[in-house]
Design a protein around this ligand. Structure first.
Ligand code: NAD
Length: 508
């Protein structure tokens, strides 16, 4: 959704809203207050646009995590005992304040991540939707089932787990944080949030908004810092009962090991290498637009991006040709310019990684078709033009590895069986997109794809009651609807005898 603001208005707003982060180091948000790290350490937050320092941020460690976990444990006693209707009211207040501050959130997110305004303005509002969706379900979160037997009345109840940890990545950080934090709060849990060190700002806005909305102090705490210190300590803290994590598969595996000694419950939303499969009987105009959208929106830094394009060989040249034409017209530009689609990537390290795949593609024998770079791109930024790799095959690294940038690998296939074989020939299994005019084939292929979510004749269109998550190296568990509550809550069965069953008599 395009913003109603002009580029100049966005620039003025950015100067205004980011001044606070430049003026003083951003602290953690613990027990309703902004505090520095106990150690006094900070790290620099740099702009993806030109590499300049935007401000200093508190670098948390085990001490700061312990403070936040203590605050969360204390606040949990109040929050978990509050009526669901009251939690609902407060979480709706959070959503209202997100809507009120949506422009500030979107502008801050653009400057912090390099994602463009046309997507970040919608992402801010999606944050509010996430809060409203789970707020409405808060009053029923404890509800269970009635499972009577001949001699007993059995019924189940659900109880919030306790203080939980939420660890999030840097792609669309505000929206993703709300997707994990809103259900935790609606369930009655208190939260310690560790945002990604490359995009710390909007997590602070969320904590501020939550307090203003009436969330008791200590129910939502934010500790900044690098994964190896703040993140690791959060996964090891004994007061934290579960970790909801969104990030790379290799980090998920580390978190599972780190959390093992304290028996952490984990929920993982990890990487993807998602196929979009186009059969020759598909509506090609819709399919090409969806394929372009699903890889070149959000800078391609999107877990559900369709980063592998599988096209039936009879239409491969025509389809990739049409796609390349559209790709070359995609405007790369300043993230605050409402006309920009692709902005700078998040960080020099990620930028270097994405650029390296252009060479890897060529070295492996693919043809690299380049999009149009921004001629006015500021020096020192992480700018990249979109790209398409044609003539690729499934063994190539660009067909196997998650690149997480605006680059697409196009692979031909011969028939249905070949499409399924190639689609499943990766370690990931998050999402799959399928384009065909034949209903039977749509069902057959959807069943055969190894992925947690399949869209047929569609791009990724989210419906919040549906389950979100991946298989294989793409994740453990599901979010959305009641699945989120299952993770953040403990189920208890209560069996009450009707006094009709026999009780074994031992010892007389
Ligand atoms: P990352 O795994 O490097 O970092 C994610 C978070 O984990 C950060 O906050 C980081 O500080 C923290 N972390 C790092 N090491 C840690 C450790 N040892 N213990 C605890 N925390 C630690 O991921 P990223 O590069 O920030 O994000 C990109 C990745 O996220 C991609 O792989 C993408 O596919 C994935 N992602 C998945 C989904 C999904 O829903 N499946 C959604 C968005 C992003």
């Amino acid at each position: 959704m395009a913003t109603a603001h002009t580029f100049d208005e966005n620039l003025v707003a950015a100067t205004h809203h980011l001044a606070r982060f430049a003026d003083a180091p951003l602290g953690h948000f613990i027990n309703g207050e902004m505090v520095p790290s106990r150690s006094g350490s900070t790290f620099e937050n740099r702009s993806p646009i030109d590499g300049s320092v935007m401000g200093e941020v508190a670098a948390g460690d085990a001490d700061d995590i312990a403070r936040a976990a203590d605050a969360a444990a204390e606040a949990f006693r109040v929050w978990s005992n509050m009526a669901g209707t009251e939690r609902k009211r407060i979480l709706h207040n959070v959503a209202d304040l997100i809507v009120d501050r949506r422009h500030e959130i979107a502008v801050t997110e653009c400057m912090d991540t390099g994602q463009t305004m046309r997507f970040m303005s919608a992402a801010a509002l999606r944050g509010a939707d996430n809060f409203r969706f789970f707020a409405d379900r808060a009053p029923q979160a404890n509800d269970g089932l009635s499972l009577p037997s001949a001699d007993h009345v059995n019924y189940t109840t659900r109880h919030p787990l306790g203080p939980v940890g939420v660890i999030t990545p840097w792609n669309t950080p505000f929206m993703l944080s709300t997707w994990k934090i809103a259900p935790a709060l609606a369930a009655g849990c208190a939260v310690v949030h560790k945002p990604a060190e490359w995009s710390p700002y909007t997590a602070h806005l969320l904590a501020e908004i939550a307090l203003e909305a009436g969330l008791p102090a200590g129910v939502l705490n934010t500790v900044h810092g690098v994964g190896e210190s703040a993140g690791k300590s959060l996964t090891e803290n004994p007061k934290i009962k579960a970790i909801a994590f969104v990030g790379e598969s290799s980090t998920g595996s580390m978190i599972q090991a780190q959390g093992a000694p304290t028996l952490k419950r984990v929920h993982f939303e990890l990487g993807g290498k998602n196929p979009v499969i186009v059969f020759d009987d598909a509506d090609l105009e819709r399919a090409v637009d969806a394929a372009v959208f699903m890889i070149y929106s959000l800078n391609g830094e999107r877990c559900t991006s369709s980063s592998r394009l599988l096209v039936q060989d009879s239409i491969y040249d025509e389809f990739t040709g049409r796609l390349a034409e559209k790709m070359k017209n995609i405007p790369v530009g300043h993230p605050l310019d409402p006309g920009s689609v692709v902005g700078p990537l998040i960080h020099p390290r990620h930028h270097g990684k994405v650029l390296s795949y252009l060479d890897i593609a060529e070295a492996d024998g693919a043809t690299v078709v380049r999009g149009t770079p921004w001629s006015d791109a500021p020096a020192g930024g992480c700018w990249v033009a979109p790209a398409l790799f044609t003539g690729a095959h499934t063994e190539m690294r660009v067909a196997q590895e998650e690149i997480f940038g605006p680059v697409l690998t196009a692979i031909p296939f011969s028939d249905e069986a070949d499409a399924i074989r190639i689609a499943n020939d990766v370690e990931y299994g998050l999402a799959g997109y399928l384009w065909t005019g034949e209903v039977g084939r749509a069902h057959r292929v959807a069943h055969a794809l190894e992925a947690g979510m399949i869209w047929v004749n569609s791009q990724n269109v989210r419906h919040l009651p549906t389950p979100f998550g991946g298989t294989k190296a793409s994740g453990i568990g599901r979010d959305g609807g009641d699945w989120s509550f299952d993770f953040y809550m403990e189920t208890k069965n209560i069996a009450i005898a009707l006094d009709t069953h026999s009780i074994p008599k031992l010892g007389g």
